[in-house]
Design a protein around this ligand. Sequence first.
Ligand code: GDP
Ligand code: MN
Length: 350
Amino acid sequence: DLAEAPMALTPMDQGWDELLGTAPGPRMNATFVSLARNSDVWDIARSIRQVEDRFNRRFNYDWVFLNDKPFDATFKKVTSSLVSGKTHYGEIPHEHWSFPDHIDQDKARKVREDMAQRKIIYGDSVSYRHMCRFESGFFFRQPLMMNYEWYWRVEPSIELFCDVHYDPFRFMAENKKKYSFVLSLYEYVETIPTLWDSVKNFMKNHPEHIAEGNSMGFLSDDGGENYNHCHFWSNFEVGNLEWLRSKAYVDFFESLDMDGGFFYERWGDAPVHSIAAGLLLKKEEVHFFNDIAYYHVPFTHCPTGEKTRLDLRCHCNPKDNFDWKGYSCTSRFFEVNGYEKPEGYENQQD
Ligand code: GDP
Ligand code: MN
């Protein structure tokens, strides 16, 4: 007769969730949000696992998944098993993932052919353009998102290298922050040649939306005449949804959308969000999270300061930190805000 192979108790039997310990304190009305395709399931699974291990297993925030097609059973099963909060799955309506009527299809097609020849990244892609327009103008007003005040955007295949020992949503709320970033850099000018012309047009038509004490100095070296192409990398964002749903932001998006650059060029949601944050918010409302260590191909944000890295049990190589290198705009952000750069930044400049 065969004996039953010995087996340890499963973590669930031992009350795994209790062993891990739930963080005390209030929760904000907040959610993670990921735009993804069904085929992204294993790449988003890796991201979720890291976010859960480093932060959310103690906080149990919800997670909203959005897709231009219905999510399949595998996607829902795998992601809901990983998320410690509630999961919600939304299908994006056609109007938010298609060409608006005012777009000239022939003109848009010629642009894609031309960009393909010039080998501009995603230059030939229609779906990438829908994605950028959706992230710029629509994710925050999907029915599922209307239930929340704060969001944290997570993309497939990202990494978190340090423990997040406090609640970034609560930090944002208590410190009156509306938008945040971990990496900043210069945008490829080929993707946004006329974006700043559109922005200037908006500034002229809507002076009432331009914040006093904004961070124009982050975006422009000549007081707003020209864009220096600096932007916050939007694949990571913790932000306030009420701000994105405000008249100021929606007017901004609609003004850009009418100019057609999401299709006649290849405007990314990163410069769109960044320019909005730079002009519509006071500079104190934009936050740099030094202590959230992050990777999205090909850039790493590894916290400057050895004490921070050890306290937060980080596993990133400080040499990989992009913040103080020549192609990053984070130095400029510090200068515009009059912040002292963190100790040790000089050693990470190349
Ligand atoms: P990159 O980071 O700019 O190289 O672009 P990604 O391929 O990571 O796309 C950005 C985000 O949009 C990711 O969260 C993707 O999962 C998502 N995404 C991109 N294209 C599509 C698409 O056609 N459909 C859906 N549902 N999501 C998409
Ligand atoms: Mn990505």
